[in-house]
Design a protein around this ligand. Structure first.
Ligand SMILES: [Zn+2]
Ligand SMILES: [Zn+2]
Length: 148
């Protein structure tokens, strides 16, 4: 290698080091990358999002029909029965449950959720029965021109 080309290589190397340094400085001036955080949160499941917002324990305050000591269940999920994200209190119909917004969701432990689901199912059945009763008592009135 001639002296001339050796000098050229050295100049090029110095230039490269400067360029890398400049890019690092520019990057640091831009601050921490916001795009990294966006990536993480978009990879969260609905349950993970709910647990992050409300804490990783059951938020039931008695909607399951159990009086929890300290007014809140605070049960952790187990590997066999992990916590569930569902609206609180639990709506009466499956349709309302799945149509709930993410903000309406709370962490439920499996036992509370099962009890609450049973209660809402019974409540929905009771409501249907009442509506049917009302419809039946209202029917003769309508037949005779109604009392209204
Ligand atoms: Zn619970
Ligand atoms: Zn409960």
């Amino acid at each position: 290698m001639s002296i001339v080309s050796e000098r050229v290589v050295r100049v090029l190397r110095a230039g490269l080091a400067e360029e890398i340094e400049r890019q690092i400085e520019e990057d640091n001036a831009r601050g921490p990358e916001p795009e990294a955080r966006v990536l993480v949160s978009s990879a969260l499941t609905v349950l993970e999002l709910v647990l992050r917002t409300h804490g990783e324990s059951c938020r039931c305050e008695g909607a399951c029909g159990t009086e929890h000591p300290g007014r809140m269940c605070r049960e952790d999920g187990t590997p066999k029965e992990p916590l569930i994200a569902a609206p609180y209190p639990l709506p009466c119909t499956e349709h309302e449950t799945v149509a709930a917004s993410v903000e309406a969701l709370r962490p439920w432990c499996a036992p509370c959720w099962r009890k609450a689901k049973k209660r809402t199912t019974e409540l929905a059945a009771e409501l249907r029965r009442q509506q049917l009763d009302e419809a039946q008592t209202a029917l003769p009135m309508d037949l005779f021109g109604g009392g209204r």
